[in-house]
Design a protein. Sequence first.
Length: 474
Amino acid sequence: MLYIWICIIPLILFFGFAVFKLFGYYKDYDLLVKNITSANKYNMSFKDNMDEMMYRIIIGNANWTNPEEKLLNEDPKALINEAREHFTELKGKTVEDSVRSDLDALLKLLGILDERVDDILVNVEEGGHYDENMEMLDMNIRTLTSLIQEDIQKYIYDEAEYMEILRRDVGKSLRNSMTVIGAILAVMIVFIFITSRRLSKRITEPITELCDMTEKFAGGDFTVSYHTNSNDEMQTLAESFNSMVQEIKLLVDDIHREQKNARDAEMRLLQEQINPHFLYNTLDAIVWMTEAGEKQKAIQVIQELSSFFRISLSKGQSEITVRNEKEHVKNYLEIQRYRYQDILDYEIDFDEEILDYHIQKLTLQPIVENALYHGIKNKRGGGCIKVSGKQDGEDIVFTIEDNGIGMNEEGLEKLRKLISGELVSEELVSDEQRGFGMANVEQRLEVHYGSEYGMTVDSTYGEGTTVTVRIPKT
């Protein structure tokens, strides 16, 4: 806006000056035209009217001798006074010395004419003097009106000459104005060119710098920060960009932290699965079977153990098929049934249509292990673990049920808090640390599938526990 006003204000000032000057020329020109027009009226009629009027008075045709009628139609004195007043007014309006001299001579002639008319009128009122009056008409009146007419024409000529001078001045002023306008336009063009480049540079340089910062940011550099000294939209944009970078950096840090936590959880869970106690106990069982001559059972347990660890490792992959997860749970339960055959029974029922979908490995086995150690083992007599899987719209739902000892309200609430992350495992007493593996499973499910997926736990003391796991079909 400042640049615009810098361009507009000189034009407005010059335009106002030009209008003011042209208005002055117009006033002078209009006055000259009026003066010439009014003077031309006397040039055309004054001599004829005066000569004829005096002639009619001399020959007695104007009723000048009748006091009641002599001034009704013809009054040479009034005609002279009217002309004198008119040219006196013109003299007051003119500023040219030559024109004032013309009008001074004209007014003197009108004064002499007034005196000569008085001489004739006195003779007419006395009566007689006809020849004398006719001679005075020829020698004085007509001579004076001729001189007056010549002076009027000279006045008109001088005024017309001054009008020509005025016309030339107007033309010169117009040319000068055009020159000044051209110069102003040239200066404005140069000024606009320079200021537009400065303005363009002022606008584009911050944007270019911001683009460079954005490219660095897109390349993974979260330390970039853009600052500007301007107090305009670029300042707002810079603040928004810096705020966005910081927020995205925090989000990326959170993602990295969650991924690290997920990897740690997987490693802890894997370590839990390959814990020495499970392996030692299973190997001890194989030794006892061999010593007891039950070689076929020992071979079967070794095959189950081999399949269990093969699926647990899965060549480092984090996802396996539901079919493999089912096999993993079956291997675990088969191994444990050789050890706890007097108290453990199990059922596995998966719909065929879900077997080729994928699932995070080590999802169901920790829950089954929890059901065995904290449910079935703590119950008098035998127990059964049922594992099922089915479709539910675009999701897959797994259910792990046991008819073990179950949990009271306080224990169930602690387990739910541990799974949701509200309670860390160290806050549980040793005999209640039943949810550590389940908490790892819940954390991994939430990281990979989102907060809308995961597990729910329901339990009744003395009746058993049910764990439901929901994942999307992938």
